[in-house]
Write a protein that binds this ligand. Structure first.
Ligand code: ADP
Ligand code: MG
Length: 861
């Protein structure tokens, strides 16, 4: 079959990136063909047409070029990779077919377009390489150039991926799919060789222009991490086809420096997104984020995902926050300046990858213009961190001066149309501009002169792209037109003419205009290069601005919401006075939240069991303790009147299966798997939050498991544990576990109703109030009455004479033998009752034999 040269060009481009949808630029449109067209028509709702009519129709779909951002966003969100094939020469200048090339391949993890990115969220591309015991992970944020890698024990892979939360993850096509990939992460298969040691090292050394990676701090044991990093970089080179110079270093992430939080804990504590709809609003991050720059917002998310464990590092941040809390006026000024700075991190990345616009350069300039005041404001502060930030703010004076001299006040988004270089910056440009405006002035004068000469008062000069400048005369005055006018075009009411004089000036004007535009573009490229040469200094400055923004935001949060500075200690204790749940507290309005105290560790007991009816506030209380610990370790003040917080090495939080049913996928199996991990991984320095564990199975099963889990954490691990449960029976554990204390949530009974006071009190709840809650929920009275009867009956059977559950009744000796698990005893077998009734004296040996035979049969059956 004969293929047109253009379609051949299309086929070639498509063959080079077969796994991507190809957007083929044709004039003012991007077109898709064949299967791509069908997919795009479906996803984007485009009309499916066909290109050539003949026997072999080519399905085709397309959209105007200026809608690229919108459609690209939809395609990426739908999980596609998109290759963009541009016309790479001017259609006017081209001899024959315009040259076209795939200029980049956009994927979920490599988006850099501002329109497709959430400014407040990092968009990571990761790569994973595993062996039997270890996993190497590398991750990069292309829009800023941050690049990190590390090796982890293989069992930690899923937790680390949950922490990084990449948008796209690379894995070797020969490896098993990393089982740990979360929902919504796109898995991209890469050839196995791209992960190989020598290729990876080669790619990295070449990019960073070094002969060995030693300088980055990688050790012999880090091979997997280095290979993953090489695979990431190789993928970027292949898809971006542009400079990656803003990726200036590969940092070795050191896991030991941060608090370990696993994926399940991140989810159940709703740290960065809510369980219900995955939204940022309503999560801890959403509530504490008072930053005013996108850079600050991203850094805050990073701090929250990686809380610290070294007291000195935490206190360094707390010192800075404390200093800012004490100076509200300073914060106000800083916020004003920070509001005026732009996203320097992403701007620099765009400059270096040659995607910056004149407006981007002017934003760099405006950001630099704010620095001197910011620097002056935080000079001579006490805290080491503020001082360090001040030192890192690099004014880049020469760069700012040349940008200010060169760029107009308002700059456009396109670089080739001119109009952004200030008058007086280039005498050559000024000359060309004079020519243009002089030419335009001449034309205006010419119009007046011609009108007078010919006596046609309404003679006009006009301009269009086809004919250039022309003279327009209405038909009514057609007879007065001078003989030397050359007719060019007839329109509805008028005739259009040109004259040799007009054409001569037109050429001069247009040529000067064209030259000016070209010159402006050249000047733009020079400026862009100058900014690019400052990339490392600008990146450092951007980092300092981000950090300042985070600290000022945390200070604002602390002041506005009455947070206090936590005292960080090494012992495993928690002493909180008037603690609040940071999210609920801010959602329900100031003053509405009932604050609660907590003493945990030492003589106060380290295992706390919180009982109380549903809706009393158990979950809220135990979570707020975990959230406060997290906040403190990231360097934030905490919602309490006072707090002493023993630094945790890990935080675990689990929600019982039925409590998590909302997610629609959690099962008892998942709950137990996660519980097993806690039991295996918790250390004496950990903080464990268990919410209604054991609920997802039958009552006795669940209760037994919960019982054993609490015992294990108490006896074998000895870590701080907060356990919320509606299993009343567990409160009896306080009698046998020395470090366990009961807490309950106060409720007041009021004529058969309950009022929730949300106040945590020492001691066990006296009953579970389930029936009261059922009343609140509108369960019919008949059911409530009947339930009360049944409850009374059950309580009779399971409580001993003193009203204690028979479950925890003790005799003497070791605890293991102490427990009479009467609660768990199976119901009496009917044979026992039958035996009881059997009158032996009146039973013949024959009848006794028959009776035994019958029961034996029943047992077998
Ligand atoms: P439980 O786990 O005991 O069933 P929750 O902790 O889920 O109860 O709390 C139920 C509701 O009670 C919460 O959604 C919140 O509206 C309210 N609540 C809980 N604790 C407090 C508190 N300390 N102050 C104010 N309201 C609270
Ligand atoms: Mg609860």
């Amino acid at each position: 079959m004969l293929v047109s040269p253009m379609m051949q060009q299309y086929e070639d481009a498509k063959a080079a990136c077969p796994d991507a949808l190809l957007l083929f630029r044709m004039g003012d449109f991007y077109e898709l063909f064949h299967e791509d067209a069908r997919e795009a028509a479906r996803v984007l709702g485009l009309a499916l047409t066909s290109r050539d009519k003949g026997e072999k129709r080519t399905p085709m779909a397309g959209f105007p070029y200026h809608q690229l951002d919108a459609y690209l966003g939809k395609l990426i969100a739908a999980g596609f990779r998109v290759a963009i094939c541009e016309q790479v020469e001017d259609a006017k200048a081209a001899k024959g077919l315009v040259r076209r090339e795939v200029t980049r391949i956009v994927t979920a993890g490599t988006v850099t377009d501002d329109a497709l990115l959430d400014p407040r969220t990092c968009n990571f591309l990761a790569a994973v390489l595993e062996n039997d015991t270890q996993a190497g992970i590398a991750w990069v944020e292309l829009s800023t150039g941050k690049f990190q890698a590390a090796c982890f024990p293989r069992a930690r892979l899923s937790d680390e991926l949950a922490r990084i939360a990449p948008a796209e993850c690379l894995a070797s096509e020969e490896a098993r799919a990393p089982s740990a990939l979360g929902e919504g992460v796109r898995l991209t298969r890469r050839p196995a060789w791209s992960f190989s040691d020598d290729i990876a090292r080669n790619v990295l050394c070449k990019h960073f222009a070094v002969s060995t990676l030693d300088g980055f701090g990688f050790e012999d044991g880090d091979t997997l991490a280095v290979c993953a990093a090489g695979a990431v970089l190789g993928y970027l080179v292949e898809t971006q086809k542009a400079s990656l110079a803003h990726i200036q270093a590969l940092a070795r992430y050191s896991p030991g420096a941060t608090l370990e939080i696993d994926g399940a804990t991140r989810r159940s504590l709703e740290i960065t997104c809510t369980l219900r709809d995955g939204a940022r609003a309503g999560s801890l991050l959403g509530v504490i984020d008072r930053t005013v720059t996108a850079m600050g917002s991203r850094l805050l998310a990073d701090w929250l995902a990686n809380p610290l464990v070294a007291a000195s590092a935490i206190d360094k941040r707390l010192d800075a926050v404390a200093e800012l809390v004490a100076e509200p006026a300073l914060c106000d000024v800083l916020v004003d300046h920070l509001r005026a700075v732009y996203d320097l991190e992403r701007l620099v990345a765009r400059v270096v990858t040659l995607r910056a616009s004149p407006r981007d350069l002017s934003f760099v300039c405006r950001t630099l213009a704010r620095l001197p005041q910011v620097k002056a404001k935080i000079a001579a502060r006490h805290s080491a961190l503020l001082t360090a930030i001040e030192g890192r703010l690099d004014l880049c004076c020469e760069l700012r001066a040349s940008l200010e001299r060169a760029l107009a006040d308002e700059c456009p988004l396109v670089s080739r149309e001119g109009g952004f270089i200030r008058d007086g910056y280039s005498s050559e440009l000024d000359g060309l501009r004079d020519l243009t405006s002089g030419g335009k002035r001449w034309i205006a004068e010419y119009q007046a002169a011609e009108a007078e000469r010919s006596g046609i008062a309404n003679l006009k000069v006009g301009f269009n792209k086809v004919f250039g400048y022309y003279l327009e005369v209405t038909h009514a005055r057609g007879s007065s037109v001078p003989g030397h006018y050359i007719r060019k075009q007839t329109v509805k009411n008028a005739e259009r003419y040109i004259t040799p004089e007009l054409k001569e000036h037109e050429e001069r004007v247009l040529a000067a205009d064209e030259q000016a535009r070209e010159l402006e573009y050249t000047l733009f490229c020079q400026l862009r290069e100058e900014v690019a040469a400052h990339a490392p200094r600008l990146q450092r400055t951007a980092g300092a601005l981000a950090e300042l923004d985070v600290l000022v935001g945390l200070a604002d949060l602390a002041r506005k919401r009455g947070y206090c500075r936590p005292t960080m200690v090494e012992e495993s204790i928690l002493q909180i006075v008037d603690g609040r749940h940071p999210v609920l507290d801010s959602l329900i309005g100031q003053g509405a939240f009932v604050p609660n105290d907590l003493c945990c560790g030492g003589a106060d007991g380290f295992s706390l069991l919180v009982t109380g009816p549903n809706m009393a506030g158990k979950s809220t209380f135990i979570r707020q303790v975990a959230l406060m610990t997290l906040l403190a370790q990231m360097g934030s003040f905490v919602p309490a009147r006072s707090a002493t917080i023993g630094i945790a090495d890990r935080i675990f939080a689990r929600v019982g299966a039925s409590d998590e049913l909302a997610r629609g996928q959690s099962t008892f199996m998942v709950e137990m798997t996660e519980t097993a991990r806690i039991l295996n991984l918790a250390t004496p320095r950990s903080l464990v939050i268990l919410d209604e564990i054991g609920r997802g199975t039958s009552t006795y099963d669940g209760l037994s498991l919960a019982w054993a889990v609490v015992e294990f954490l108490h006896d074998r691990v000895g870590c701080r544990t907060l356990f919320a449960t509606h299993y009343h029976e567990l409160t009896q554990l306080a009698g046998v576990l020395t470090g366990l204390r009961n807490l309950n949530v106060a409720v007041r009974e009021w004529e058969d109703d309950v009022v929730f006071l949300h106040k945590i009190l020492p001691g066990a709840a006296d009953k579970s109030y389930g029936i009261h809650v059922a009343r609140l929920a509108g369960v019919p009275g008949w059911v409530l009455e009947r339930a009360k009867q049944i409850l009374a009956q059950l309580e009779n059977e399971h409580l001993d004479a003193k009203g204690r559950a028979k479950l925890a009744r003790t005799n003497s000796g070791s605890r293991a033998n102490d427990l009479q698990l009467s609660l768990f005893a199976a119901e009496e077998h009917p044979m026992i009752e039958a035996l009881r009734l059997l009158q032996l004296d009146e039973t013949s040996p024959r009848a006794a034999h028959d009776w035994l035979a019958e029961w034996k049969e029943r047992i077998r059956g």
